[in-house]
Design a protein. Structure first.
Length: 142
């Protein structure tokens, strides 16, 4: 399904020709601080989005394996991108809230569920993984 995503000021646009119809929620401390709450991201493989206004993107190296990108004009968090060598290098996780039309996308998993604050819970029957389970999954694919 085709989706477009824009930052708050419109300086950066992502055109995702084959957007996934699922999203995942991350409750790790870094995603909570970066997003101001739950981070809901769409997994977009490397090269899967055309970016207009890339000159307006700033990146912060947030770990040994990823960078967090945001609009340098309005500060909107755009995506995090895997930078570590391996099969996921260049993959992006685009914020669900950036989509101009988020319809048709369902929640399929939550990661770092044991790091989720007590003040909320996401409804529905979907996969939930602890920090240890999540880290083990990433170790298996690198």
């Amino acid at each position: 399904m085709h989706k477009t995503a824009t930052c708050l000021c419109g300086a950066v646009t992502l055109d995702i020709a084959e957007a996934p119809d699922t999203t995942g929620a991350c409750h790790c401390g870094m995603c909570r601080k970066w997003s101001g709450g739950i981070y809901l991201g769409l997994h977009v493989p490397a090269g899967g989005a055309t970016i207009t206004g890339a000159q307006n993107i700033s990146a912060y190296t947030s770990s040994d394996w990823a960078e967090r990108c945001f609009c340098a004009t309005c500060g909107t968090n755009l995506f995090y991108r895997v930078t570590a060598p391996g099969p996921m290098q260049g993959d992006m996780h685009v914020g669900l809230g950036l989509l101009d039309d988020p319809s048709g996308i369902s929640l399929t998993e939550e990661i770092f569920i044991d790091r989720k604050p007590d003040g909320y819970a996401l409804a529905g029957d979907h996969k939930r993984m602890t920090e240890a389970e999540t880290l083990a999954m990433f170790a298996d694919i690198s």
